[in-house]
Design a protein around this ligand. Sequence first.
Ligand SMILES: [Zn+2]
Length: 147
Amino acid sequence: MDSTNTKHRYLWSILNLKCPHCREGKIFQNKSSFNAKDLLKMNDPCPICGQRMEIKKEFYYGTTYISYGVSIAFSVFTFFVWLIFIGFSVDDNRIFWWLGINGILVLLLQPYIMRLSRAIFLSFSIDYDANWKSIKPGSVDPALNME
Ligand SMILES: [Zn+2]
């Protein structure tokens, strides 16, 4: 495995919403995370390696908890960024500014966070396979599913 190739790093593939099996195919059909209509429409199977995305019925129920966790982690992150660059004080209402701005950011990022949660959830059940090109899952022909 070529670990110097950033294209195949775990974090990169998660943040870019790539298939956990090949880390090249896109999980979602629509490129934009801010197109509400097809927000969670997935490429099932993966157009590159043929990995099934909907492994079983109601597979994505657990993502609610992950998106909650991601939102919390994001808020902790903005809290420290605010602490370092702006700071908090009991003498003014800077903390309320942070609360408001963070709340708006979390809301705006929600579509991406929902997708990200699915990508994280998928990566829990599907392992990366550096040899995915030679070992295709099942008999699914990815070419048939290109749209
Ligand atoms: Zn794939």
